[in-house]
Design a protein around this ligand. Structure first.
Ligand code: SF4
Length: 553
């Protein structure tokens, strides 16, 4: 096993990465190895899909499926051996389907195929032991004994960034948004990475290409969400329990939440959001359901404690799942889509009757706690609507700085930096926030600046797209570049979605971003120095020192 894709990766002496019997996330060595074979087989699929495009062959089924399968290997998503094997076998079938048609088409056109790399020719063995036996050759750091460690680091940056983009492609697809040009680009990059490229410059360029591609993917996802559910609007959300039967919906998939709301209507069940599902309360087509009563719990790393106390059914629609058996709620948690844990009931279609039956059989909350309201819903439209008032306050000197403090949360103690940072931001500054890192401070009262709330919750991690739109609008108004704005991004990373958002920001030319709590372990010191120089990326230190540097105080 070797996995180094997330921030909690192990750091043994002289060796970074989870490389023993299991990872910090609970992924066993067997699951990790099977995921490596899946990723390698998907790289083969993409190699042939890329070649197929050259003959104008586009297979929609494979296009829609491949990023979804790649998403299943993201941190805290799929721990189920059988489901990973099922995906790998399907990948092998799809690869053969593309290979067959490409060879036949080339033959008909009397054209020779290019030299085929190993990844294109790999044939998946038929039994698990043999599949596991070939896993070491498919490890994400394959060839590390003889390859420059910077090359391996950049390959991983590209692979993990592409994985984050694949996750957003899948979220967009669920909402009916697909784009063949993006699938073509995805296959081209994924297939190329399967050939183990060694050119540092080409890999660096590839990482920027992934960042720009992801900008389009986030735009597509934004369109899917707003077309389907309307534009988020400022909304107050109760974060305390209400008496009654209940279902908790976690993850990012708004489509699943809508189906659950439709199917629970009139059944006396209250529906709560958890984690990255919080922004759902601000979408008109979701907030219209009166039984969407509130938000429960905090960020993903607290789920074993918080889910254990939730007296109803729980649905995980996407990342981030952690071992439900440790919290003793495995019999009332359900997985969806690419999420899976062995022994946990998986809902394969849009029928949530098992979840509803489970909720009805459980006690639910016995008491209603005193309401605590927080305000969310500053998505793209709401931000743009507020922009004239914000600009006016900037011109009057009442707003002097903007901070975007957000990203993924995790359980390292150093993450208290973000809570302290938000608390110490001067009163004449606005804080935009997004993703689950905000749970560290989103229940505090930050007050307002002449009616403009000082804390503006933009939404999920992919809603970084909305924050970028605001920055572009401000830059246009003040006739300057984004980097000349009094705007500082202070981001926390945990997994591969955060990696690709960082690549998107770099590719858009955003500089001076503060990141933490630690640097990705797959980046060497040399690569970190290159990134620091190219993008002026800074590591967080202390809130006091960083604020002093940022504000020049
Ligand atoms: Fe380790 Fe993170 Fe990989 Fe899990 S996903 S095995 S914690 S690096």
């Amino acid at each position: 096993m070797f996995c180094i894709q997330c921030e909690q990766t192990l750091e043994a002496p002289k060796k970074k990465g989870c490389a023993y019997a299991a990872g910090m996330c609970g992924k066993t060595a067997e699951i990790s190895d099977l995921q490596d074979v899946l990723v390698y087989t998907l790289q083969g699929v993409s190699f042939w899909a890329d070649l197929a495009q050259q003959y104008n062959i586009v297979d929609d089924e494979i296009n829609h499926w491949a990023p979804r399968a790649f998403f299943s290997t993201l941190t805290n998503v799929n721990f189920d051996r059988d489901r990973i094997l099922e995906l790998t076998n399907l990948a092998a079938d799809y690869k053969m389907r593309l290979k067959t048609i490409v060879i036949a088409t080339a033959k008909q056109a009397k054209q020779l195929l290019p030299n085929l790399p190993v990844v294109a020719e790999f044939e998946l063995p038929s039994n698990v032991d043999e599949i596991l036996a070939c896993a070491p050759q498919m490890a994400v750091n394959r060839g590390y004994e003889t390859t420059d460690e910077d090359v391996i680091g950049l390959r991983l940056l590209c692979l993990y960034g592409l994985k984050g983009a694949a996750a957003y492609m899948e979220h967009a697809r669920v909402l009916g948004q697909t784009d063949n040009a993006i699938y073509a680009q995805y296959h081209h990059i994924m297939g190329w990475l399967g050939t183990d490229p060694t050119d540092l410059n080409a890999l660096l360029e590839c990482s920027m290409e992934i960042g720009l591609m992801n900008y389009k993917v986030m735009e597509m996802l934004d369109l899917g969400e707003t077309n389907t559910f309307g534009h988020p609007e400022p909304t107050q959300v109760n974060v305390k329990p209400v008496q009654g039967k209940c279902i908790l919906v976690s993850g990012h998939d708004l489509h699943d939440l809508e189906k659950i709301l439709q199917q629970t209507a009139g059944k006396g069940i209250n529906v709560y959001t958890n984690g990255e599902m919080l922004p759902a309360h601000s979408y008109p087509e979701l907030k219209k359901y009166p039984h969407l009563v509130g938000n429960y719990g905090g960020a993903w790393q607290n789920q074993q404690l918080e889910f254990a106390y939730f007296p109803g059914a729980i649905v995980m629609t996407s990342n981030c799942l952690i071992n439900p058996y440790a919290g003793e709620y495995a019999d009332r948690i359900f997985t969806r889509s690419i999420v899976a844990w062995p022994g946990v009931t998986h809902i394969d279609d849009d029928d949530f009757s098992q979840v509803i039956d489970c909720a009805l059989a459980l006690n639910g909350f016995q008491h209603t706690e005193i309401e605590h309201l927080i305000t969310i819903g500053f998505g793209r439209n709401a931000l743009m609507a507020a922009a004239p008032a914000v600009i006016d306050q900037v011109k009057q000197g009442n707003i002097n700085h903007f901070f975007l403090v957000g990203g993924c949360d995790g359980d390292k103690a150093e993450r208290s930096y973000y809570t302290d940072f938000a608390a110490q931001v001067p009163q004449d500054s606005l804080i935009l926030t997004l993703a689950c890192g905000k749970y560290r401070f989103n229940k505090k009262n930050f007050g307002d600046i002449n009616g403009i709330p000082r804390l503006l919750d933009v939404g999920q991690c992919n809603d970084a797209y909305s924050a970028i739109q605001l920055a572009l609008a401000l830059a246009k108004e003040f006739d300057c570049g984004i980097n000349e704005l009094p705007l500082t991004l202070v981001l926390s990373w945990f997994e591969q979605k955060a990696i690709v958002i960082l690549l998107t920001l770099f590719a858009l030319g955003v500089k001076g971003i503060y990141t933490g709590p630690t640097a990705p372990a797959f980046l060497t010191d040399n690569l970190l120095a290159i990134i620091a120089e190219k993008f002026d990326m800074r590591s967080i230190s202390t809130p006091e020192a960083d604020l002093k540097t940022i504000l020049g105080a």
